[in-house]
Ligand binder design. Structure first.
Ligand SMILES: [Zn+2]
Length: 295
């Protein structure tokens, strides 16, 4: 019975003192493997570096929607342009920003030449904007994120890799883009927080779903409902560590060994044995990312 972490961030600085120790303990903690996800150029490079050093770690490379805004959009300049209310200037600025993103995506593509990069991710839409932005600015950010999401789906299709989707407060637009940009490999909605209805459609479009610590929280009734509905063949386990520790460690630093608490919760929701959950979810993760571990 071996666990597989379908989405984690092992290159996070919270592990800078003891990452070697954590990896060494995978075996005693029944962790067969971990997918360490990139969210910008640097973290994608770091994830690959780590994967190249460890046979049981694999990487994803991609630009997270929050980074699409923070890394490529000069917000001070954007505010200036939007104040002028000049459509042409705004359009030009949009094109320039997209171009910067495309240059970076070329570098991501280069990283993906390595076999240990098993997916493009995490990518998607995140509309959880903070109060400091006005409506027009937010609209601009949304358009940028959509551009980046579509382009990264196309890259994944070109490279015949799955995508790992992050979607927060944006399920409507996420579904729209996913519908209009079909993937050619089984892909993943990570930390899924959508409805049963959306899940039904996503299954038809070739997606599976990973669940982390949130499923163990008392107030996560809708996620538990989704888990109950989904066939176990569509469920993967993730920690999204160092974030989102499951109960009873909520609020503390998370790590792959905590997958067992998520498996336990899912077993209870689905009324099956924990062994079945672990075995099947590990199988699903290896299938989705096309992973064969060399012993
Ligand atoms: Zn993540």
């Amino acid at each position: 019975m071996k666990l597989f972490d379908a989405h984690a961030h092992l290159t996070d600085e919270k592990y800078k003192d003891d990452l070697a120790e954590i990896i060494k303990n995978f075996e005693t903690n029944n962790v067969e493997g971990v997918i360490s996800a990139g969210f910008d150029l640097e973290s994608s490079q770091e994830a690959l570096k780590l994967a190249n050093l460890n046979s049981n770690i694999f990487a994803t490379a991609g630009i997270h929607p929050e980074n699409v805004v923070s890394d490529f959009c000069d917000i001070v300049q954007l505010k200036e342009i939007l104040k002028e209310d000049d459509e042409i200037a705004k359009e030009k600025f949009f094109e320039r920003t997209c171009h910067q993103f495309e240059l970076c995506l070329k570098k991501i593509e280069k990283i993906c030449e390595n076999k240990k990069v098993v997916a493009i991710g995490e990518i998607g839409l995140d509309y959880h904007f903070f109060d400091e932005y006005n409506e027009v600015e937010i609209e601009f950010f949304k358009e940028l994120q959509k551009f980046a999401f579509k382009n990264q789906i196309q890259l994944a299709n070109k490279l015949k890799k799955p995508i790992v989707v992050h979607s927060r407060d944006a399920m409507g637009d996420t579904l729209k883009i996913i519908r209009e940009n079909p993937v050619n490999r089984e892909s993943l909605l990570h930390c899924y927080g959508g409805s049963v209805e959306s899940a039904k459609e996503l299954i038809k479009l070739g997606y599976s779903f990973s669940f982390g610590g949130v499923v163990t929280f008392k107030n996560a009734k809708n996620i538990q409902e989704v888990v109950q509905f989904l066939p176990i063949e569509k469920i993967l386990l993730e920690t999204d560590c160092p974030y989102l520790s499951p109960e009873p460690f909520r609020g503390k630093r998370n790590e792959p060994k905590n997958l067992i608490y998520i498996a336990d919760k899912i077993a209870k929701i689905k009324n099956v044995s924990i062994e079945e959950v672990v075995e099947q979810t590990t199988k699903n993760t290896k299938r989705l990312y096309d992973i064969k571990i060399k012993k």
